[in-house]
Design a binder for this molecule. Structure first.
Ligand SMILES: [Zn+2]
Length: 76
């Protein structure tokens, strides 16, 4: 998929949480991976990409700046 299209489809946030593996990476990571989850063992797609700000709002105990390689359940 074209990177510009991927960019417009991904949430417009710095960090993106993956519905598939429940881990976070930067939007740039998703972009460089053509809209797929950057985590090696995950096959999450652009449809699994949610704004970290949204997940963090649902779970106020989660940090504003998330850790890499850390699993954040949707409802922690
Ligand atoms: Zn993932």
């Amino acid at each position: 998929m074209d990177k510009e299209i991927v960019n417009s489809m991904l949430p417009n946030t710095k960090y993106i949480w993956c519905l598939h593996c429940n881990q976070v990476d930067m939007k740039t990571g998703w972009l460089h991976n053509y809209g797929y989850c950057p985590y090696e063992k995950c096959n999450g797609t652009i449809l699994d990409a949610l704004a970290w700000t949204k997940i963090q709002k649902e779970n106020p105990t989660y940090p504003k700046i998330p850790e890499y390689d850390w699993i954040y359940p949707m409802y922690g």
